[in-house]
Design a protein around this ligand. Structure first.
Ligand code: PLP
Length: 476
């Protein structure tokens, strides 16, 4: 076979990580309340499935918004023929309107600056292509979204320099940590082009304070580098403090701030729970980025059928207002049920106010306080407890014992099954003197688990039906 490209043969896609191994374990043995009640419960997928009923109701009441219905079919030809990379004007207007509402109506967005991409995945890559060259780097506070390695680096050749954050201050980003990472990178001759943050944070589920955001803007301004803020979880905020968007911050800062270096990433995958629609947005204050990004968006356009439907849905102010209010109420309730249930068995989570997950501390259950200890515990949780939670190490967290738990991708009954399993697992671990059969299994597994067993495990999760394993990254 003739030699393939560097992209085809490098492994920066990042699929070989525990984050995705857990998904494979789920795919192999998925939980179903009646057909497979002993299966793995998927708690590693940041999907928002709590408000589908509202979307379904809107679609039923608005058949003309779909071009494949008797009421909408007259538009079929025009929409199916549309192929302009600027996007439908009414779609960009509707998205700008929705982005404003998702930020409490405190800022407005100019539809002329809305650039389309294939999900936030495509949007993050697109902005990287616009502001960095192969070999350049971005500072990214850790713990961070595992697929950033793929999105920011795989095809662009751009590197990530983690800015380590710690539990001692609830994983907040500090100016000192930023300065240190920046200095070290420069000493290593790495050309840092920007700082990328997610606000609200994945995996922490927390929002950044206005002061912190101002300090980040000052930092990038002083160093003349870019600031990219991935606000994909903007409307998942379900508790105070309120979400503060970077757009709100820079509009209130003085005129010395160079807005040309500030870019927002958005998507409807989380706030609306529509990851399958692949609606990603780059919103930039930089005219050249908008212009170049638009041309690049030819590689990841949103289908005109999707644009047409969403233009209609997102321009319905009453629907959007109700949806956002209801969604945040349901997320709050789910978060409360889960975290309170865990508290009862002595498991604490980082206090959070947003996102589709929480950051659970199982440090006290580790046999040894190392990342290997974390992997041993994680494997037990997957193999015995049959829950796919994601280990902190896959988010580049440097402190062992943290796990991200997704809570909005399942129904109430599954939540109870998951909580029962966690309770049983923790209580079993606490019965130190008991010699119950379950306890023996825990101990046996504890001894058996090692990194070599991990390799065997990885091989065994490959699909028996296909020589090419199914890509879990398709559903990041
Ligand atoms: C922080 C962050 N950015 C981007 C993405 C990718 O989103 P999309 O489905 O819109 O590509 C995710 C998905 O989990 C995410 O958490």
């Amino acid at each position: 076979m003739a030699i393939l490209s560097k992209i085809a043969t490098n492994d920066r896609h990042g699929e070989n990580s525990p984050y995705f191994d857990g998904w494979k374990a789920y795919d192999k043995n998925p939980f179903h309340p009646t057909q497979n009640p002993e299966g793995v419960i998927q708690m590693g997928l940041a999907e928002n499935q709590l408000c589908f009923d509202l979307i379904k109701e809107w679609i039923s009441k608005n058949p003309s918004a779909s071009i494949c219905t008797a009421e909408g079919v007259d538009e079929f030809k025009d929409i199916a023929n549309f192929q302009d990379y600027h996007g439908l004007p009414e779609f960009r207007k509707a998205v700008a309107n929705f982005m404003s509402k998702a930020r409490g109506g405190r800022v407005t967005f100019d539809p002329q600056r809305v650039v389309m991409a294939g999900g936030a995945t495509g949007a993050n890559e697109l902005i990287t292509f616009c502001i960095a060259d192969p070999g350049d780097a971005f500072l990214v506070p850790s713990p961070y979204y595992p697929a950033f390695d793929r999105d920011l680096g795989w095809r662009t050749g751009v590197k990530i320099v983690p800015v380590n954050c710690y539990s001692s201050n609830n994983f907040q980003i500090t100016r000192e940590a930023l300065e240190e990472a920046y200095k070290k990178a420069r000493e290593a001759n790495i050309n840092v082009k920007g700082l990328i943050i997610t606000n609200p944070s994945n995996p922490l589920g927390t929002t950044l304070h206005r002061d912190t955001l101002e300090s980040l803007v000052t930092f990038v301004n002083e160093n003349n580098i870019h600031l990219v803020v991935d606000e994909i979880y903007a409307a998942t905020v379900f508790k105070s403090p309120k979400f503060v968007s970077i757009t709100e911050v820079i509009e209130n800062m003085d005129s010395n701030i160079n807005r040309d270096n500030v870019h927002v990433i958005y998507s409807l995958s989380k706030d609306m729970g529509l990851p399958g629609f692949r609606v990603g947005i780059v919103y930039s204050y930089n005219d050249t980025v908008v212009d170049c990004g638009r041309k690049m968006s030819s590689f990841g356009l949103i289908s005109s059928q999707t644009q047409y439907l969403l233009a209609s849905m997102l321009n319905d102010d009453e629907f959007v207002d109700n949806f956002l209010a209801e969604s945040s109420k349901r997320l709050a309730k789910r978060y409360q049920t889960f975290t309170k249930g865990l508290e009862k068995v002595g498991i604490n989570c980082l206090k959070s106010n947003a996102g589709l997950f929480f950051w659970m501390n199982l440090g006290h259950l580790l046999k040894e306080q190392t990342l290997e200890g974390e992997m041993m515990l994680w494997r037990m949780i997957i193999d015995d407890v049959k829950l796919n939670v994601s280990p902190g190490s896959s988010f580049q967290c440097t402190e062992p014992g943290w796990f991200r738990v997704c809570f909005a991708n399942m129904d109430d009954e599954t939540v109870q099954v998951a909580l029962n399993r966690i309770r049983a697992f923790v209580c079993q671990g606490q019965e130190t003197s008991s010699e119950s059969p379950k306890k023996k299994r825990w101990q046996k597994n504890h001894l058996r688990l090692s990194f070599s067993s991990r390799m065997i495990y990885e091989e065994s999760v490959m699909s028996p039906h296909s020589p090419i394993p199914q890509s879990p990254l398709l559903r990041a």
